[in-house]
Design a protein around this ligand. Structure first.
Ligand SMILES: Nc1nc2c(c(=O)[nH]1)N[C@H]1C(S)=C(S)[C@@H](COP(=O)(O)O)O[C@H]1N2
Ligand SMILES: [Mo]
Length: 527
């Protein structure tokens, strides 16, 4: 105990932990100040976000699949935490390397600062100011590191011929205490700067307020759904997925903030005349409403990267007709403000499936993370080849000439949704009472619809389930089956037949490169 008392004030201890801490605090200052500067134009320009976004764009396919499997929609938080851990380690080492004479830690900071600058200025949406947050952050960070080192490297020692040899046992416990107090103050300041930056960004660069004022166009609905058909009971998946529960998959660390006033859609490429549409133009056109089930190519068998919504929007066929598609084109390369692209067969946007430029989801303006103010919705194709959010460009081109975001990363150029089915009730691993048990789930095969669903108990015969709810070919179909459950451990397996009577593939394959196949099987214990 005496070591904490005044008696200990003369005892000298290693300053290594303090040096490491100084490095970490200086890195915190870099990120905090960077965030604050970025707040004045775009959060995505901040070092942490710019590097994170760059990592996302260069993540190898297996790692992405692992991240989505493991963290689901939390994959982005996991990435930021991972970057934070790496920065902490590098910063601690930098703190240990830096002395008054040797600027090695500063050099490491400078190198990482350049990486931040490079990442920021090469973001697709970057303008020339995007170098600033990392540059200013690193300058202030290095200054902080120097100050910290000066505090730990008292003049008496540095004046000697071999400053570094003695630097390690330089501080009295009083010196330690005052260093820790100072460092904590700087650390808190860095955190405040960081959060202030996010606050400023939210205040100035958010599309939230614009979205609150956005008027959903009234639309003609070809397939009205009776309100009673939309409710769910007993843990079953509701036919319509509420916006808040809808899966979210995209490469955006922070969803682009696009206001309806600044939004524009350019239709160009192999067209007779380039067209530029604003929201004022759209509002003069008739809107339609359509129910479409979106699915992600990364969805595993039995997975939940799928959702069904009523979309309000404008027929892409009409928009493309305004530009006049030239013969020979077979692809529309759509792009969002943040550089994501999808390559969609031209036919899927011009045939009678009524693909949409959607501006509303379940009667509400698109949630920002689902593409506000406008996104594409193409029935029958996985999202990665069709469902561009924050869309601002449609380039009419050819598959032979253009390559979309995920295609350059090893996924198939074309991604029609595969017929699939899922058991939702009972849950996998559940325990139920013997007797009559309701088995229920969903099956989908957009845009052909579902003809039949069958269930099998263990290795028994396939049994027909009852199809329920609305029959909309572009949406999933709900089904139920009543099981006379007998005691013991059982397996339940489901399979679906599409609108043309074709059976769902039972071959087990991974999502990569064009969608998973295989039958969903669950285990149930009957008591
Ligand atoms: N701008 C942009 N749009 C995008 C993506 C993206 O990364 N960026 N991801 C696509 C993918 S892979 C899917 S599955 C769907 C998911 O749409 P949701 O998040 O609204 O469910 O969006 C598509 N549109
Ligand atoms: Mo996806």
């Amino acid at each position: 105990m005496w070591i904490l008392g005044p008696v200990s004030s003369g005892i000298r201890q290693s300053t290594r932990p303090l040096r490491a801490l100084g490095g970490v605090i200086a890195a915190g200052v870099t990120l905090g100040v960077g965030q604050l500067v970025a707040g004045f134009f775009d959060r995505s320009a901040a070092p942490l976000f710019a590097v994170g976004a760059t990592v996302i764009d260069h993540t190898p396919k297996p790692v992405r699949e692992f991240a989505i499997d493991t963290f689901g929609t939390g994959d982005k938080a996991a990435l930021l935490v991972g970057i934070g851990v790496i920065v902490t380690v590098v910063a601690a080492v930098s703190g240990l390397l830096e002395t008054r004479r040797r600027w090695w830690g500063s050099a490491v900071f400078a190198v990482f600062g350049l990486l931040g600058v490079a990442a920021a200025v090469s973001r697709p949406q970057a303008d020339s100011a995007w170098f600033l947050p990392s540059a200013v952050g690193i300058a202030v960070g290095i200054a902080t590191l120097r100050l910290m080192v000066a505090r730990l490297d008292p003049a008496g020692l540095t004046a000697s011929a071999h400053p570094t040899a003695d630097a390690d046992d330089a501080l009295t416990s009083q010196g330690r205490r005052s260093f820790l107090i100072g460092a904590s103050g700087v650390g808190v300041g860095a955190a405040v700067a960081g959060f202030a930056g996010i606050g400023v960004d939210n205040a100035f660069n958010s599309a939230d307020r614009d979205r609150e004022k956005f008027a959903v166009p009234s639309a003609v609905n070809d397939e009205p759904i009776a309100p009673g058909e939309l409710t769910s009971t007993g843990g079953r998946t509701p036919f319509i997925t509420p916006n808040n529960d809808f899966y979210r998959i995209d490469t955006a660390l922070r969803p682009p903030q696009v206001t309806s006033g600044s939004w524009g859609l350019r239709i160009h490429g192999e067209v007779e005349r380039e067209v530029k549409l604003t929201f004022a133009d759209l509002r003069r056109m008739p809107a339609i409403e359509k129910m479409v089930t979106l699915a992600c190519v990364s969805n595993e068998v039995g997975g939940d990267l799928i959702g069904n919504a009523v979309w309000t929007g404008y027929r892409l066929r009409d928009l493309l007709a305004m530009a006049g598609v030239k013969p020979g084109a077979d692809m529309v390369l759509s792009a969002s403000t943040d550089g994501f692209t999808a390559g969609t067969p031209l036919e899927a946007m011009t045939d009678d499936r009524d693909s949409l430029l959607a501006v509303a989801m379940n009667g509400k303006p698109l949630p920002i993370e689902h593409g506000y103010p406008a996104r594409l919705v193409v029935p029958g194709l996985y999202g990665y080849v069709s469902a561009t959010k924050w869309v601002t460009s449609l380039e009419v081109t050819r598959f032979a000439d253009a390559t979309a975001y995920w295609t350059t990363r090893g996924w198939s150029a074309k991604g029609p949704i595969k017929t699939s089915s899922r058991i939702d009730v009972p849950a996998d691993g559940a325990s139920v009472q013997a007797g009559s048990v309701t088995v229920a789930g969903v099956a989908w095969s957009q845009p052909r619809g579902i003809n039949a669903v069958e269930i099998r108990v263990d290795d028994g015969a396939w049994q027909r389930a009852t199809l329920e709810g609305p029959d909309v070919p572009d949406a999933w179909r709900m089904w139920t089956w009543t099981w006379s459950a007998t005691r013991g451990d059982h397996k339940l397996t489901v399979r679906a037949f599409d609108g043309e009577g074709r059976q769902q593939s039972a071959v087990v394959s991974r999502p990569d490169p064009d969608g998973a196949t295989g039958l969903h099987t669950i285990s149930v214990t009957v008591r």
